[in-house]
Design a protein around this ligand. Structure first.
Ligand SMILES: Cc1ncc(C[n+]2csc(CCOP(=O)(O)OP(=O)(O)O)c2C)c(N)n1
Length: 372
């Protein structure tokens, strides 16, 4: 296995940097090494397209080739910037792209489409790539460095699962006492029966599924569990809110990372006739589902963003008892409503993946049946 620090030392030989990352668990050790050892060289954008933009500006300002770390799902977010910025202005960037859904390796359904076609995708868009291997680490990097420096274009270093030695992120303890699964438990109790839920990808969907299953309610009340499409739970909720009988609420359970990834959706709620929409952000200040890398949520004010975007009611909780007491009434009010819930950054046991029991098509059909 490769030590993340060795890879970064190779990059240092070429003066690459800064490092701009949106996390994936496969890239976890590299991001942890950067967070622990050189945080001043690390930039934390909210999505991969923004990462490419920052990297482009950075190159123009410094002449140094930046490194953008992303999951291959994020490559799809980044493609507009790659094709209509980097490739037409000759702006070189070294992309490190994790390979979720690699053919032959078992992975979750949300990674299979892009994982199977990743090499073709890079070839179609004329992006040179190398699949990093442990025994050819130096040669692989020399090869890519030559291309990115000479041809002034984005290139990709593909990172397969399990290539790097584990490294833990050292972060201060979270000041918040409520855990995310505890908040989900309270919200489900308050909303079940009178609302339909959409849950964002990662542990939030899993914890909601396992909470309902534990209560013996899942069969009667299947939610729309989103397994992929990070950042798009809110738009799906908006479409549902418009489409269903307005007596029932649509509750979107979002993460801070997911919400910020496509926060422009918040600006759209006001235009969507979404009186029956409740958008709840479970803010643990980290990307909990990929290993706890920090998000920028601590530096921004979700309540102000929501008010500025035209949500009718805006609330914040960090105390479970208070939330338990007030949420039922909040859910009865006309919205659109925004609820910011501050939770601890530790992810407790998320339980089994939903895809071990239901396919994505099952998830959609069970939910649509419930909507009838
Ligand atoms: C476009 C894209 N980029 C990256 C990922 C990898 N990913 C999956 S879940 C997740 C973290 C979600 O964080 P947040 O919404 O804050 O919820 P938490 O897991 O902290 O509860 C990330 C980065 C992804 N699925 N899609």
């Amino acid at each position: 296995m490769i030590q993340a620090g060795n890879l970064i030392s190779e990059f240092d030989k070429y003066g690459f940097g800064p490092y701009i990352e949106v996390p994936c668990s496969i890239l976890g050790p590299i991001i942890a090494n950067l967070i622990n050892k050189r945080p001043e060289e690390l930039i934390n954008p909210t999505n991969e397209a923004i990462a490419m933009g920052i990297a482009s500006g950075s190159f123009m300002a410094t002449g140094k080739i930046p490194v953008v770390l992303m999951q291959n799902s994020g490559l799809c977010n980044a493609l507009n910037s790659i094709t209509s910025l980097n490739q037409i202005y000759d702006i070189p960037i070294l992309m490190m792209i994790s390979w979720r859904g690699e053919p032959g390796a078992k992975d979750a359904p949300e990674h299979l489409v892009v994982g199977e076609r990743m090499k073709q995708l890079l070839e179609v868009f004329d992006i040179p790539y190398v699949v990093l291997s442990e025994d050819r680490l130096k040669e692989d990097i020399v090869r890519l460095a030559e291309i990115v420096e000479e041809q002034k274009r984005p290139v990709a270093l593909i990172i397969r699962h399990g290539l790097f030695e584990k490294e833990d992120i050292v972060l201060p303890d979270s000041p918040h006492t409520m855990y995310r699964d505890e908040a989900i438990n309270i919200i489900i109790d308050a909303g079940i029966g009178k609302s339909f839920f959409v849950t964002t990808n990662g542990f939030i969907s899993r914890e909601a599924f396992n909470d309902l299953t534990g209560k013996g309610e899942e069969d009667k009340n299947p939610l729309f569990y989103m397994l992929g499409s990070m950042g798009h739970a809110l738009p799906v909720g908006m479409g549902l809110a418009r489409g269903i009988n307005a007596d029932k609420k649509i509750i979107v359970l979002d993460g801070d990372g997911g919400c910020l990834m496509h926060s422009g959706a918040m600006a759209s709620v006001n235009d969507g006739n979404c009186k029956n929409l409740v958008h709840i952000v479970l803010d643990n200040s980290v990307y909990g589902s990929t290993g706890g890398q920090p998000t920028i949520s601590g530096k921004i004010d979700f309540k102000k963003i929501a008010s500025g975007c035209g949500y009718k009611n805006v609330f914040r909780f960090n105390d479970p008892e208070k939330m338990k007491g007030e949420l039922p009434r909040i859910l009865d009010e006309d919205g659109p409503t925004f609820v910011h819930v501050r939770v601890n950054s530790v992810s407790r046991e998320a339980g089994p993946r939903i895809s071990t029991k239901y396919s994505c098509k099952d998830i959609k059909e069970r939910f649509m049946e419930k909507l009838k």
